[in-house]
Every structure is written in C-alpha cells, then in structure tokens.
Design a protein around this ligand. Structure first.
Ligand code: CP
Length: 318
C-alpha cells in the first residue's frame, strides 16, 4: 500500500489536485525568488537508469532553486547497479538518505515497485513505454499559459503513440477534462495501445485515428499539435525503427497550412520530426514547454514535501 504522496500515475490524484500544482507553478513562475528557501534542508535523490536531459536537470534545478540539495546518479554504471543491485535495495537505501526520490527506469511499473519499498515519496520520471506524469504536468502548465484552459481543446498527437509514455500520460489526464478531443496521428504499427484506448472509451472521450499529418493540420482545426520522437531505444530491431522513423515530419510548409492559433508542443528530445526552421515560428512552444518543466517540478516538490496532495488513491489497472 502506498503511504507517501508518491506520484507514479496522475490518476492517483484528482484534476483539482493537478490544477493546484499547475496554479502553484504559475505563481512560482511569476516570482521564483519568493520560493528560494522553501525546501531548505531537504534532499532530493535522483535515480536515472535511463538517459535524460530535461527531466533530470529540471528536477535538479527545481530543488536547488527551492534551497534544497541533490544526490543521485544519472548513469547506473557508476553506481552499485552495475554490480547487480536490484531496484528494491537501491530505492530502500537512497530513500533512507533523501526526503524525496525521482526515478526514471526503462521498465514499465518500476516506479510503482520502487514506491512500495521506499521510505520517502517517489516521483515517476518515466517508466519505460508506460507513463511520464511530470511531463504531463509540464504540458498542462504550457497549455494553461498559452491557451488559457485545459478543457474544450482539440489536440493532435503525432508519432510514436505506441511506446510514447508522454502521450499515454497526457491522454489519461486530459481525457478527464470536459470537451477535449484527440486526433491520433500514427502509422498502424505505432498506434495507441488498446489499454489507453480503453481509458478514453470508458470516459466517453472523442478521438479519431488518422495516418496523415497533412490531413490533421489542414482538416481538424487543432488547438495544439503534440509531435513526438520515434524512439529508437524501444524497437526490437533496427529495421523496424528505420521503417518508421521518417514517416512524420513537421516543416514550415506544413506550418503555413496550419491554423493560425495552433501551438506546437513536443516533450523533446527531437530528432528529425520537426524541422529546425519551425523553431522561429511563434507557434512553436517546445522550448518554452521545456522551461515550464522546471516551474512545474518546483510546484510538485513543494506539494509532495508539504503533504498538499494527501495520500494517493489506490491505483488500479493502468
Ligand atoms: N521530455 C523528456 O523526458 O526529456 P528527457 O528525456 O531529456 O528528460
């Protein structure tokens, strides 16, 4: 049973609690200096078994900006993981040194397993192709800042919808707000897994699967287009990856045909799915989004350490 305010899956909390984190992030964004001693004396442990730039550094920067300190590893080969230590033991030990743990791991369910053994709250910073809840909070802050709302949005999600944990987390969260519609743009091989479609269906959420990015951009009046990377590391063979990697590419020609107020988001890193010259388009929000990740993680650290989220509801199913 989970005893701490862990964040493994946003579904453990209510949209009101998510909104509270986003609103606190907006407050912090207005005047970060007000919060610089908020976590003084607290220690965050970051256990990154998989590479990361944004998630790891924004968490670390967030804690440092709150007056706390950090320990951890960003490469398991420099820790005793390389000697065969299991997640349970590593988590048990580091959670006895730290006040909050942030973990990224290539295995689905690993963050939940860590939370079962940890002596402090655990934040899921991405578990394999499953979920990435703090990216979703980042996406929500960006939507709230740029579109002014989290409901009645038409959102296109493009690329790797099968293994894309950012997509899975976002769909599970935004499907709980009224009136949101989703256009799922992928090849059949990288289509959204049925367990996430089941969530959308159970919530009576409107979604459509299409194969063409052009069709989505010109025909769907999107409020936001969420591009994602085809993740080489999730494929079992190079051939399969090569077949998928260049199917969808957003460039300035496509942007000319897009709605004037359609913002473009991407969890990053990108490879070739967004041409570099799209960066100059004022609708390109991915760098702003990455910066927002720091503010939302500051808000999350405060909320978890100060017990503002309360105990998580028992997780069931996905
Ligand atoms: N968006 C994201 O998770 O980026 P990193 O892999 O760089 O952390």
């Amino acid at each position: 049973m989970e005893t701490f305010s862990n964040l493994i899956d946003l579904d453990s909390y209510s949209p009101d609690e998510w909104n509270m984190i986003v609103e606190l992030a907006q407050q912090i964004q207005k005047n970060p200096a007000l919060y610089r001693s908020r976590c003084s004396g607290k220690i965050m442990g970051t256990l990154f078994y998989e590479p990361s730039t944004r998630t790891q550094m924004s968490f670390q920067t967030a804690m440092l900006r709150l007056g706390g300190t950090i320990i951890g590893f960003d490469n398991p080969s420099t820790s005793s993981v390389s000697k065969g230590e299991n997640i349970k033991d590593t988590t048990k030990i580091v959670s006895s040194y730290a006040d909050i743990l942030v973990m990224r791991n290539p295995y689905e369910g690993s963050a939940k397993a860590a939370a079962l053994t940890a002596d402090c709250p655990v934040i899921n910073a991405g578990d394999g192709g499953h979920l990435h809840p703090t990216q979703t909070l980042t996406d929500m802050l960006t939507l709230k800042n740029e579109k002014g709302r989290l409901d009645h949005l038409k959102i296109g999600l493009c690329g790797d919808l099968r293994y894309g944990r950012t997509v899975h987390s976002q769909l599970k969260a935004l499907s709980r707000y009224e009136g949101n519609e989703f256009i799922l743009i992928s090849t059949p091989e990288l289509a959204l897994p049925s367990y996430i479609k089941d969530v959308l269906n159970a919530r009576g959420c409107t979604y459509k699967e299409i194969y063409s990015l052009d069709e989505a951009i010109t025909g769907e009046s999107l409020d936001m287009l969420y591009m994602t990377r085809i993740q080489k590391e999730r494929f079992s063979s190079e051939e399969e990856y090569n077949r998928q990697k260049d199917v969808f590419r957003l460039d300035t020609e496509k942007m000319k045909k897009a709605p004037k107020d359609m913002i473009v988001m991407h969890p990053l890193p990108r490879v070739d799915e967004i041409a570099m010259d799209v960066d100059d388009d004022p609708r390109a929000m991915y760098f702003t989004q990455a910066k927002n990740g720091m503010f939302v993680r500051m808000a999350l650290i405060i909320s978890v350490l100060e017990g503002r989220l309360g105990a998580p509801k028992l997780l069931t199913g996905t």
